[in-house]
Write a new protein. Sequence first.
Lengths: 100, 200
Amino acid sequence: MSVSIEHPAEAHTEHPGYAIFIKVWLVLLVLTGCLVGMSHVSQTYAVWGLLTLTPLKAGLVFYFFMHLKYEGPLFKVVVLVTLGTLLIFFALLFSDVAFH
Amino acid sequence: MSGHVHRDDYGARLGMWLFLVTEMVLFGGLFIAYSYMRYRYPAEFHHGGSELNVTLGVTNTIVLLTSSLTVVLAIVAVQRAERKRALAFLSTTLALGLIFLVIKSFEWGAKFHHGLYPNSPHLATLPPGEQVFFGLYFTMTGLHGVHVIVGLGVLSVMLWWVATGRVRQDRYIHLENSGLYWHLVDVIWIFLLPLFYLAA
């Protein structure tokens, strides 16, 4: 006998189909093309590409491929707290560097 | 109690995500170290980046993004009880993962051929900033490569389990969690591409 535990956040009744993931993959390829293109324009464009397109690509993988879109709030909070912690470490390091 | 199987897919996925955030912190620390070193040695990082092969870096990005797609399509196929299609998608993921490693080995091989490898005599003659650049390059892409190898091992087991019916329409949490791991490996590479290959 198998016993499954039901969770209120687990509204996995309707599974996403193939099409949505193929569309996201196409967007990821286009964004990669834009990132490479921007890096060939100038160093400033390359840095802006790194700061904007790269997190956007990672976000798409997290949200769609890793199914965060279909998960409850707890999963999203876990990821956001982790990213926030890394951001705090990053800010602390560079605030220290700035006064050297 | 025999025959009584406890199942908690939600808890299993949450556990996997908690493991994945430790991986994010591991690589996040290295990304922060990279940021500081790039701030300190901008010219050397620019020069170091120009010695890497952008075409191979971009090709590997497309390979990994596509492998991420096929693994998520394999999950959809299992949810729809399309076992043959799931096996085809998972086999493609494994093939793409191997292609990634082959390309990576060619790339590392070329660097080794030019005397660029950790602690090499040639590397010791380069400016400190370039030594740091290649140190981070080998550490971060190497650690990522280890994750690709582990992911391929885990996905090989999933291929076997889908083939034998252990992973099926009403029980696919193992495949879902293996897919999560593979996607995180993909996300890490998404950051490695602009940091190293497009740095110049």
